[in-house]
Design a protein around this ligand. Structure first.
Ligand code: HEM
Length: 370
């Protein structure tokens, strides 16, 4: 399959076309996106094509995959994972691990690699109370993720011995979970293991990618780094918000039409795969003038044109945790270092949109301001 991002950028409004034998409806119009995700969401189901491919890393009955009443019940159970107390504990874990990462960092820093390790270790600890060896189990987990990402590009899936072996290793690790808000919330749930896997998956790759992109973008803007280092927390938040626009990790959301209907005059047939093209809307000149420019603080007035965390009944549960982690890491990083990086940021779209590895930041210890 063609690179999903270059394919997305060719779409305007709502378009229906075939990729091989499969009919797709691409939605790059904010009004239509609102209908698919929120006002007419009952017409759409989660998309099996996507979930079958990522099933080895998420399980098949976690909160993301569930529909209707089962989904609602799992979302209610999940609330305690993001309670004030739970987030306070999470903040402590993130702060401690971020400081450890900063203490070990000298001169050259690969954000895609280092931030992924940081956030993966953090996710295992926050959700499962497990301290993993990021160089061993962490790499197994990331390899499983990559294999699933490659399956997303392929119209058919093949059984793979390597995939099954990695899947078993990760499941064994997850079964060792201790006492955390997540394990408590799902203690008697028949799909407990799938929920744990889903939280790990949903809670690490997107967050890691978005923080790494934020640092790469900040590397081009020393004046913003300096303001953040001096404690401008509003700016930190705006930087992260805008990084999520320029590089939305969930660059497209997939659904399946359960009934035939019309979207902005385009006929959608029952069974069509409907792709809400988040990346495309974030880069629509009408919604975000000078869309390629990184401008923290900007807003679009058009509803549903900015959707990094989705919307409606299946919207992201972890948005507050993602902001918390990002703010801690970005602020600590800017306080510790002045940094520069590549002029052109290279990204790759597999399951999520993430920065390519090997794009190094040059670090210099920051002078302390009074
Ligand atoms: C920058 C970070 C993140 C981004 C961009 C992101 C994005 C998204 C999006 C777009 C969805 C909706 C998917 C859809 O409609 O098909 C989603 C769902 C979800 N996210 Fe996040 N997410 C992030 C961080 C997190 C974190 C830290 C967690 C914590 C566990 C999390 C947990 C979830 C869960 C459980 C769902 C499924 C909700 C449901 O299906 O009912 N996410 N996320």
């Amino acid at each position: 399959m063609q690179n999903p991002l270059s394919l997305l950028m060719e779409v305007h409004g709502v378009e229906r076309f075939f990729l091989g034998p499969k009919p797709f409806v691409f939605v790059a119009d904010a009004d239509a996106a609102g209908k698919v995700l929120v006002t007419q969401s009952s017409v759409f189901r989660q998309n099996r094509f996507v979930f079958d491919r990522i099933q080895p890393v998420t399980g098949s009955k976690g909160v993301v995959q569930l529909e209707g009443e089962e989904s609602k019940a799992a979302r209610v159970k999940s609330r305690s994972v993001f309670s004030k107390e739970a987030l306070q504990k999470a903040r402590f874990i993130v702060e401690e691990r971020t400081q450890a990462m900063i203490d070990c960092s000298v001169n050259c820093f690969d954000p895609a690699r280092e931030i992924t390790s940081l956030i993966l270790g953090t996710a295992f600890e926050i959700f499962l109370g497990v301290q993993i060896d990021v160089e061993k189990s962490g790499q197994d987990y990331l390899e499983l993720n990559r294999l699933c990402g490659k399956r997303m590009r392929s119209p058919i899936t093949f059984p793979s011995f390597r995939l099954r072996k990695l899947q078993k290793k990760i499941r064994d690790l997850v079964r060792d979970a201790g006492n955390t808000p997540l394990t408590y919330a799902f203690r008697n749930d028949p799909y407990q293991l799938d929920h744990f896997l889903t939280f790990l998956f949903a809670g690490h790759e997107t967050t890691a990618a978005s923080i790494a992109f934020s640092l790469l973008l900040l590397a081009q803007r020393p004046e913003l780094q300096r303001k953040i280092a001096m404690g401008d927390q509003t700016l930190t938040r705006e930087v992260y918000r805008e990084a999520l626009r320029v590089y939305p990790p969930a660059y497209m959301l997939a659904r399946q039409a359960e009934q035939s209907m019309s979207l902005e005059g385009v006929r959608v047939k029952r069974g069509d795969t409907v792709i809400v093209a988040i990346y495309n809307m974030h880069h629509n000149e009408e919604y975000f003038p000078d869309h390629a420019q990184f401008k923290p603080g900007r807003r679009s007035k058009i509803p549903y044109s900015y959707n990094p965390f989705g919307a409606g009944a299946k919207a992201c549960l972890g948005e507050r945790l993602a902001y918390l982690e990002a703010e801690v890491v970005i602020e600590a990083f800017c306080k510790a270092f002045e940094f520069s990086g590549p002029k052109n940021i290279l990204s790759e779209a597999l399951i999520t949109l993430h920065p390519k590895e090997g794009q190094f930041l040059n670090l210099k210890k920051r002078r302390v301001y009074d």
